[in-house]
Design a protein around this ligand. Sequence first.
Ligand code: 5RP
Length: 258
Amino acid sequence: MDWGKQNRLSQLIKPDGRCYFLPIDHGYFQGPTHCLEKPQKTIEPLAPYADALFVTRGVLRSCIRPADSLPIILRVSGCTSVIGEDLANEALTTSIEEIIRLNAAAVGISVFIGSKYEHQTLNNLATLVNECEKYGIPVMAVTAVGKELEKRDARYLALCCRICAELGASVVKTYWCEDFHKVTEGCPVPVVIAGGPKCETELEVFEFVYDGLQKGAIGVNLGRNVWQAKNPVGVMKGLRAVIHENATPKEALQVFKG
Ligand code: 5RP
């Protein structure tokens, strides 16, 4: 692997092989989402516990100080909204020059496999990989389901992750599901667990992350279950313990309470 790409990946994936990405990109199709109305205010107390931020260029430029920023995974797909016709109808939003200018450690893009826009979004991924490989920039593919949350089972997610890897993604972000080992075992590149809608309890979050890590994921990219929680810093501390200190869900709950 090229030195530059290795260097970028090692900014994101820590020496223990694990990672904790904090996504605050939701505004790109949801607008001012609950608890993310002022991104800077949301990020500041949480940043010390994250390994990288997943963010659009707009929020990066307006809300994040360049001098002391965490490594950035730049969200580079979009052009849809929750009130529009179809969330899957995404395009590439950010040029390779802009990605380089912003010194992104990686880029992230959604694909919607099985949707009307499967070909378009997979073609977006392939095009982005072609551009990014020229400059050693890793691509994180996001296996998105839009509003069809029921799609999240091992057979579907294994298919999606494998296709993303085959098209050249360096990392794949996907939802946790039962039998998660079937997803990671069929994917030749690292898999990161996405969050999804908010869980009832913190213990549930620690449990699915713990299970995903035991079954081969290398970390998480988890947003709403953190910054929409009553105690976001506590959740982040608990998750960090699961990810980087191999804490069990019960131990993480103690960290959260402590
Ligand atoms: C949106 C995204 C988000 O980064 C992803 O959904 C993670 O956030 P959350 O944990 O809130 O689901 O890629 O498509």
